[in-house]
Write a protein that binds this ligand. Sequence first.
Ligand code: ADP
Ligand code: ZN
Length: 597
Amino acid sequence: MKSKIHQILKSTFGYDEFRNPQEEIINHVMEGKDALVIMPTGGGKSICYQIPALASEGITIVVSPLIALMNDQVINLQEVGVEAATIHSNVPQGDLQEIERKLGNGETKILYLSPEKINSEVTQRYLSTLNIGLIAIDEAHCVSVWGNDFRPDYTQLAKLRRVFPKSAFIALTATADAATQDDICKQLELREPKRFLNSFERKNITTHAHPAQKRLDKIAHILREHTEDSGIIYCLSRKDTEKVASKLNMMGLNAKHYHAGMDGEDRYRVQRAFQNDEIKIICATVAFGMGIDKPNIRFVIHYSMPKNMEAYYQEIGRAGRDGEESVAHMFASWGDFLMLKRFVDGSEGNQEFKRVQYEKLERMWEFASTTDCRTNGILSYFGEYRAENCGHCDNCINPPLKKDGSINAQKVLSAIYRCNQSIGLELIIDVLRGSYKAEIRNRGLDQIKTFGAGRDIDRFTWKNYIIQLINKGIVGIDYSKGSSLIWTPLSAPVLKGEKKIKLADFVPSEKKTKVKKKQAVSVVVDDSLFGRLKAWRLELAREKSVPPYVIFKNSVLEEISSVKPKNNMELLQINGIGDAKLNQYGEDLLQIVGADL
Ligand code: ADP
Ligand code: ZN
């Protein structure tokens, strides 16, 4: 006899097995205990509160900062036959009565609330007339200043624990380092929360980082390999989103921009079109994506380096939520690093806050320029350490060549010393390459002994070498003096030749491509049947004004076209078809498949 939660998993969501550690989490909160859940995007966090909501007596409240995401979740639940509602500032007053009626008579078991709604006393008074079994705080990292998207609204949530003493609390997030995790538990006053940490590794995302030179050409190249796919290009500024989109359009690639400065209607239109697969490429600031629940994003490109690893990992995490192969490409330059540093300089916040932000930025930069396994860099940042390499990052797929770089390091250190440790990276390269530009002549830098000592090496390579030296701690940066390069305690032994060092030469990662991993279950896709199923889904999605994947994910249609189910029983065996979807679509599906038998 299957347990109740297994039955719901199968009959409502159409899945046979829980993913680790969903079952343990569900049982834990159903015993009325608090939990903190850290799971990568796409890991399956929603089910951890949706199944308790369906399996137990009380109502479950889900707090989320994102209206779009709440709306999507409600549509998704309705598609699988579950009554759910949402109350946020955009919900018309007139709808409230009906929502309250259904909550009152137990028809609706799941209620999504924006933080400002649940913080209001009126709402709290109303909610205390109901039996609230579980309160789920999604995107829980927003409660912490250590996290990446701190939201003042979220700090108010601390009071909830006292307002709802009998309910269990579950806080969920995909991004929280150890400090943020502690802070979430503290801020939300969780009661002896059990922490459920899943590996952060996203095995289906292949991670690349590139120097920023000629980035538009490189991006166009990547996009041409993904003509059928949807993806996001993240930019640091609003202006960049417009610039990049327009340049891509000039290159014949259909891209749209998105940022918080556009009016609400335009933003909504772009977002909807993307969600519905009508626009494939979006150039956006970080404003885009928080509310996107699109499972079939195949690529995420960072036009510039993000401000920290949390932001980076969250953003690339939007790729491949459906578990299918996806790529992340980041372009990073020294200029990006300095600009982000200036943002912190000019930001509000006390010294302690700034210190943390600088450190996070440094770690981001190290990640961008590492020659070691990038996935391990991410994992160790979030406190997960392991020795073996991932096999799905550029440095694993195409390891950089390392050779003795002691002489070149000595040239750099000597140039820094002879320039009185008072000039920045770009000028040091000018000195090494023997440039006679005005600034060099005016400052007399063409007179020093190292001038022109590195003519044989191009600018780009020098930059890479110096960045590696910075990462190794052999060259330092004095931020108080315009980011001048300086010596560190590790410099002298290298200059004196007492310590040898290796430097990597970058080879373009396009040279080798990843060998496609064999999928656990090999699915043979009948193209024509799959094509007809997709066409059917698209038509239906237009009729119902929902995104196609809300009806079925690609993987479901793929499985149908390979298994060719002949009756309802066989349809129910397909991963992702539960009772409600069978009732709604079973007949259509059997008919389409039937024509193929
Ligand atoms: P998260 O909120 O952690 O980013 P979701 O809850 O949206 O992730 O789940 C991601 C995808 O994985 C969804 O399509 C969901 O239906 C699917 N999923 C969740 N749990 C399971 C499971 N046990 N078996 C199969 N698919 C699952
Ligand atoms: Zn790797």
